[in-house]
Design a protein around this ligand. Sequence first.
Ligand code: FAD
Ligand code: NAG
Ligand code: NAG
Ligand code: NAG
Ligand code: NAG
Ligand code: NAG
Length: 597
Amino acid sequence: MENSTLTKSSHLLLIVILLLFLFPDPSTPSPPPSPVRCTNGSTNNCTVTNAYGMFPDRSTCRALKVVYPTSEQELLNSVANATASKTKMKVVTRFSHSIPKLSCPGGSNGLVISTLNLDHVLNIDSTTNQITVESGVTVKALIEAAAKANLVIPYVPYWFGLTIGGLLSTGAHGSSLNGKGSAVHEYVTEMRLVTPAPADQSYARVRVLKIGDPDLDATKVSLGVLGVISQVTLQLQPMFKRSLTFVTRNDLDLADQAVSFGYQHEFADLAWYPGQRKVLYRKDDRVPVNVSGNGAYDFIGFRPTATLAIQTNRFTEKTLETEKDADGKCAYSQLITSTLALLAYGLTNNGLIFTGYPVIGYQNKMEAAGGCAFGLEDGLLTACPWDPRIKESTLIHQTTVSIPLDRVKEFILDLQKLRDLRPAALCGLELYDGVWMRYIKSSSAYLGKEADVLDFDFTYYRSRDPMTPRLYEDFLEEIEQIALFKYGGLPHWGKNRNLAFDGVIKKYKNSQAFLEVKNRYDPDGLFSSEWSDQILGINGSVIVNKAGCALEGLCICSEDLHCAPDKGYYCRPGKIYEDARVCTYEDSSTANLKFMS
Ligand SMILES: Cc1cc2nc3c(=O)[nH]c(=O)nc-3n(C[C@H](O)[C@H](O)[C@H](O)COP(=O)(O)OP(=O)(O)OC[C@H]3O[C@@H](n4cnc5c(N)ncnc54)[C@H](O)[C@@H]3O)c2cc1C
Ligand SMILES: *[C@@H]1O[C@H](CO)[C@@H](O)[C@H](O)[C@H]1NC(C)=O
Ligand SMILES: *[C@@H]1O[C@H](CO)[C@@H](O)[C@H](O)[C@H]1NC(C)=O
Ligand SMILES: *[C@@H]1O[C@H](CO)[C@@H](O)[C@H](O)[C@H]1NC(C)=O
Ligand SMILES: *[C@@H]1O[C@H](CO)[C@@H](O)[C@H](O)[C@H]1NC(C)=O
Ligand SMILES: *[C@@H]1O[C@H](CO)[C@@H](O)[C@H](O)[C@H]1NC(C)=O
């Protein structure tokens, strides 16, 4: 480690910068930019992108027009208009947080329907504990409205910048094996969906889907291809509190603990730091409201962050990448994870300071965070770390795959075997909160989980140059292929790189039932796009074979050209999973030796 780029003096500088990063400016962050931009600020000739400003294939997406309906009636008119003229359509949300190319309408002359102004809470029924909201309502607004009525949603994604329509469409979740589990769509009791209709029905209709209607199994996780979700009714619960304690342990018995831990705590999750051989166990359980405590969980990574700190952090990792300094990444990850632990990850016992575990607080203050998405313009002094307007903002790949619980042990043992070959190869994951593991239960949703699973989130560096390989990318590619192919894992619909979706639809036993509903609701495929046709196995493939394609996850390499042979990265078999094909660095001396032997 002495030879590492992170010498003692640069350590000191980094600590200063980290403090900036970790104690962000609480004032007013710049809210994220709109994912839709049109010529001259009009509503015509638009480009559509996601919150990162970049889809996996880096292409831009064009649409002829954007509309901002403010009511179900306006929504109905928009869909009718487009249906009458056989125009392709797609819903885009306030921020558009999905990584894959889900929000692009087909072709380049489509219509985007924004749910930005469909953001009203319509009703809270305190006899049934149900809430009805328009589909553009954010998780933040949903939680706040429910709490006012002394109600809570039991499980949600940890980031409250998502909309209810968007998160349902991709099957988003929190972490729990309790009851119906952590996927939000399990708590839908009714939804209203606007779909195309024949001319004699004025080209559009509202479909009302209630519990018991078999079509609900298609509509509650629909990838946006069935029509526009207008309104959603969710089953809530009476307010409760939670008691949370983070415990760090070594990872020797992780493979044995991972499954049983999920049954021991209602809101259990795990963060694994494979390079450090440590695991952060989240012991988190429901407690009655009369237990004292007024804690909050304002996760540090989702707070408004100083632009300077975002850039310094990025610059540090970029330098370590350029210098192929894996040990430096480990040192940097030590620094970050120990500082985060010291700050209790953003937990406070009273909304102000952290005094010790357990942190006990109301569910609505503990379940999600996302301050960086909800500020006023501050000229980009602070923002979300991935804000695309910032030069050198955080840019990542995400491989998120769920593994059936009965195979989790074997999977983790495989990852540990791979890790043991070169522990520093995986330190990069620790710069993004480690390998995050969350529990989800099997679902009746046709595109929901097929079994009770543990969802694994791997987040890692992505270069702004598509032809620049990543340090030890062979290890990450092998993990990706082990998860997807050896264990048949299901990729999160709203995350991942293209290759994760190759043949994905064959993994769903009810895919035909889903497609049957799709053909019935939208026979002309107006809500379909090239991307949705590819992932649903209708037309074309997500795989793009070209020079460098494996670096970006657009393909699995089958020849050296798919990697970066000019930079020493060649297509090679996996190290523990023979069937994997990964871009492996061989410095010229070894390469020459091989050539000569
Ligand atoms: C910082 C961050 C944290 C995250 N944390 C989690 C997490 O904890 N758990 C988790 O599971 N996921 C998480 N995600 C992923 C996220 O849940 C999904 O990407 C989610 O789908 C994004 O929701 P959105 O509102 O931004 O929708 P978008 O990404 O804009 O849309 C997703 C899809 O839904 C369609 N759609 C949206 N609204 C409607 C509608 N009203 N009618 C019909 N179709 C619609 C869109 O057309 C698109 O196809 C996270 C993402 C980020 C960026
Ligand atoms: C956009 O602005 C330019 C110059 O201000 C103008 O010439 C052009 O017609 C405008 N285009 C549209 C679509 O409004
Ligand atoms: C449409 O937008 C693109 C780029 O956003 C621009 O180059 C082009 O001139 C625009 N076309 C019209 C007709 O405004
Ligand atoms: C429907 O189309 C007509 C004619 O093209 C247009 O005037 C009207 O504004 C459109 N309505 C909506 C809601 O898009
Ligand atoms: C909380 O209330 C329950 C009954 O509602 C009571 O049994 C319990 O003792 C109370 N606990 C505390 C800590 O006040
Ligand atoms: C299949 O996809 C290709 C490429 O996007 C497109 O040209 C073709 O029209 C599509 N075919 C069908 C039947 O949708």
